[in-house]
Design a binder for this molecule. Structure first.
Ligand code: HEM
Length: 406
């Protein structure tokens, strides 16, 4: 048995390895065949209940899913856990492609089912192997950390989609105190326009115009185009309804604020904030090495977070969450009357709205990296720690940590 320095053993028994590789490769080959059929023989695929995928975004997501599934299937042969994780990323890409494509014909489910079986076979067998070599689980995440994490994860989902609905009512971003036709202070505009070959969606960013037909400004099929900034699949409700969007947004905004307040009290009281979130000089010194370890996919699983994790979570708790909440409050006329300093702090309501939007984009980027990291770092171990609190380490546990035989 070789080393397990990133939680994924190098050598594992042949049975699960072969099964995982076989299933993931089968899923990958099926995915490639479907993508080719979607492009060259669409009429055939249509008989299986799949609509025509013409937009480049869904086709790229499906193609990326196929590549990761094949890659995962090959890597599983030498690194069972890592290969399983990469195949799981393939499944997630494929699912994202189906959601953007808005098609769930049965044939599209084939790579998902095979890919899930293949990746989970690898991940579960890997987890069992690791527990044979390292029998110590440490208690890493307190109950309130776990509870508040899942509450804000759900809240952020509803906030993002209802926020895009609200944005669609005025799909422009301005800098300054004012907005309107008389002002030239917009930095981003999403709109539909009539081009030489018919209507098109465009996005103007800092004066530069991009064609975003199919995603921004104009979406839907050619026969039934929809002229909203963000497409229906990215908003709550999926149709234009500002009133409901605002009700959903404000409801989940208070859920988020409540969950964060509870998190902050317990994180300060238990020492979680100081130990795991605040960067110390030692963390700054360890940052370059940790970045290299992450690039090489060699993760340290310890009692506390690694320097790079601390940077990410510090940014989320100390910069992004406060910024998105305060700029949200600045957009409320009632809050402006109560706390006029908010308007001064953010340079007016329009600038606050732009900062709110940019922070949302940062959260989406954080979310994508966060999920990829959880999957690559061994999702069973990571998710167990965020559900049950118990985490398997590959470094010596701190003497004060609560341990449990396994
Ligand atoms: C927008 C949604 C999300 C946000 C803003 C977010 C943010 C965070 C933050 C700030 C932490 C550190 C928490 C602490 O130490 O107190 C964390 C940890 C964690 N999150 Fe999320 N999260 C989100 C969604 C998710 C989802 C959907 C998953 C599951 C796939 C997930 C899995 C985890 C895990 C496993 C940990 C512990 C990771 C570790 O050991 O580094 N998160 N998340």
């Amino acid at each position: 048995m070789a080393t397990i320095d990133n939680g994924f053993p190098l050598e594992t028994g042949p049975a699960p390895r072969t099964a995982s590789a076989g299933l993931s490769l089968l899923a990958g080959v099926a995915a490639v065949a479907i993508v080719i059929l979607l492009v060259v023989a669409h009429d055939q695929v249509a008989t299986w209940g799949v609509e025509r995928a013409t937009d480049p975004v869904s086709l790229s997501l499906l193609a990326a899913g196929a590549v990761f599934l094949i890659l995962g299937g090959v890597i599983v042969l030498t690194r069972l856990g890592l290969g399983g994780a990469i195949a799981l990323i393939g499944v997630l890409f494929w699912l994202a492609g189906c959601i953007v494509f808005k098609s769930f014909g049965w044939v599209l489910a084939v790579p998902v089912a095979l890919g899930l079986l293949g990746s989970l076979t690898g991940l579960v067998a890997n987890d069992r192997r690791v527990s044979e070599t390292d029998s110590t689980l440490i208690y890493r995440q307190a109950g309130l950390t776990r509870l508040t994490h899942w509450v804000w994860a759900v809240a952020m989902f509803f906030l993002l989609l209802s926020g895009l609905q609200i944005f669609n009512a005025r799909p422009n971003l301005y800098v300054g105190q004012q907005s309107g036709f008389a002002f030239e202070n917009s930095i981003m505009d999403i709109y539909a326009t009539n081009g030489p070959s018919g209507p098109a969606g465009q996005t103007k960013l800092f004066g530069q115009i991009y064609n975003t037909t199919g995603v921004l400004g104009m979406s839907g099929s050619a026969a039934q185009p929809v002229f909203t900034a963000f497409p229906g699949w990215a908003t709550i409700p999926s149709y234009r309804d500002l009133g409901t969007g605002r009700v959903v947004h404000f409801f989940f905004a208070w859920i988020l604020v409540g969950a964060l307040a509870i998190w902050l009290i317990q994180a300060l009281a238990s020492g979680h904030f100081w130990r795991d979130i605040v960067l110390k000089p030692r963390d700054i010194r360890g940052l370059p090495g940790d970045i290299i370890d992450h690039i090489r996919l060699r993760f340290t699983h310890g009692r506390s977070y690694t320097p790079l994790q601390k940077v990410a979570y510090f940014g989320v708790f100390v910069i992004a969450f406060p910024l998105i909440i305060l700029t949200g409050l600045t957009m409320s006329p009632g809050m402006d009357a109560a706390w006029p300093w908010l308007l001064e702090l953010f340079g007016g309501r329009q600038t606050a709205r732009t900062i709110h939007f940019v922070t949302m984009v940062a959260f989406v980027l954080f979310f994508v990296v966060h999920i990829i990291m959880v999957v690559l770092a061994n999702p069973i171990n990571e998710l167990r720690s965020m559900i049950t609190g118990y985490y398997r380490t590959n470094v010596h546990a701190a003497p004060d940590s609560k341990t449990e035989g396994h």
